[in-house]
Design a protein around this ligand. Structure first.
Ligand SMILES: NC(=O)C1=CN([C@@H]2O[C@H](COP(=O)(O)OP(=O)(O)OC[C@H]3O[C@@H](n4cnc5c(N)ncnc54)[C@H](O)[C@@H]3O)[C@@H](O)[C@H]2O)C=CC1
Ligand SMILES: O=C(CO)COP(=O)(O)O
Length: 320
């Protein structure tokens, strides 16, 4: 089975580098200029500078060529997934599609599995998610991720196909739990970054992370996830990583909010759009998601971090 990665950002490039250790891999860039540059310099200078592309990795801007592969990894930001798939529906049809994005679509409240099902009905799909920074994967550091696929046999095949020497995949059929874990942790990471950036301390971060995890479980279980999935790599594992590392863009965006510093808005920060989607889902489903809702308001600039924390601390007292 052959594999191609569509989307030549940090994550797509890192996955392609790792997979190239096992055999030929095609990486598709929508930008002819970037594809040419990467082919020539053997490096993704924009997203992963200094990390060489192995010989077995070829970069192209020709989607028809890339989509000859049996398995296509879709490594674009969540809010771009539907548009990218619609633009290239004919080329993607009949392939196995593995979404590699973490988020909830803002207008629909849907995750990547449902967006793929709506855009290309009948397509066989899966999700790759879990704690991993692109830089770590590209450097060949040990990483463990979750491969979620509702079809157990396909999940097993993909697990074998996409596991590499340094990237160990665990599988689950709980696609809802896996995608919500990956989406919701980004929102909490923004909150944790803001808390540290504003000098509120590690104890406050531990409280936000833990109560944020309670929110993640509440929404995920309501949507049909298995609670144990949230305890795994794609939930708690990724939450811990993203809430504690400066390598995370979501966390760094939060830090900038807390420090009242500017932040480059062209950076992919999935948690912002997802926070708004979560706030809407909380209203629609009449559940309490106070930290996620506060992060949505914070990222809009409606609140200062101090006001946000005050409003969270002043909520009615309750059982844990
Ligand atoms: N960077 C990381 O460490 C990790 C990222 N992810 C997830 O991977 C997804 C992608 O993130 P990154 O690669 O880091 O972002 P990035 O900002 O580095 O790259 C995004 C890529 O998507 C491409 N793109 C955007 N719209 C497109 C469209 N309509 N058609 C084709 N290509 C399009 C851009 O040109 C860019 O190459 C996100 O959902 C993120 O949460 C998951 C795990 C780790
Ligand atoms: O998803 C990630 C780590 O698992 C990457 O986090 P950021 O998108 O915050 O950089």
């Amino acid at each position: 089975m052959s594999v191609a990665v569509l989307g030549s950002g940090a994550f797509g490039t890192a996955l392609a580098i790792s997979l190239a250790g096992k055999g030929p891999v095609t990486l598709w860039s929508r930008s002819p200029e970037q594809a040419r540059q990467m082919q020539e310099t053997r490096e993704n200078q924009q997203r992963l500078p200094g990390l060489p592309l192995p010989e077995a990795l070829s970069v192209t801007d020709d989607l028809d060529q890339a989509s000859q592969s049996d398995t296509l990894l879709l490594a674009v930001p969540m809010q771009k997934l539907r548009g990218m798939m619609s633009d290239h529906a004919a080329a993607l049809r009949g392939r196995v599609l593995v979404a590699c994005c973490k988020g909830i679509e803002m207008n629909s409240g849907l995750g990547p599995m449902a967006v793929m099902a709506e855009t290309l009905p009948g397509t066989r799909t899966a999700l790759l998610t879990g704690p991993s920074f692109a830089q770590d994967i590209a450097r060949g550091l040990p990483t463990a991720l979750t491969l979620a696929c509702a079809e157990a046999d396909l999940g097993r095949d993909l697990q074998a196909q996409l596991t590499t020497a340094n990237l160990r995949l665990y599988r689950t059929t709980d696609t809802i739990g896996a995608e919500l874990g990956g989406a919701l942790k980004n929102v909490i990471a923004i909150g944790c970054g803001a808390c540290i950036g504003a000098g509120m301390g590690d104890s406050a971060r531990a409280a936000l992370l833990t109560r944020g995890f309670a929110e993640m479980q509440r929404l995920a279980v309501l949507k049909g996830a298995r609670p144990e999935t949230l305890m795994g790599l794609s939930g708690l594992g990724d939450l811990m990583l993203t809430c504690s590392s400066d390598l995370s863009r979501n966390y760094r965006f939060g830090l900038a909010l807390g420090r009242q510093e500017p932040f480059d808005r062209s950076t992919t920060v999935e948690g912002v759009a997802t926070a708004h989607a979560v706030a809407q889902l909380a209203r629609d489903n009449r559940i309490e998601m106070p930290i996620s809702t506060t992060v949505a308001q914070l990222s809009n600039g409606d609140y200062s971090v101090a006001e946000a924390m005050r409003s969270l601390l002043n909520r009615p007292l309750k059982e844990e």
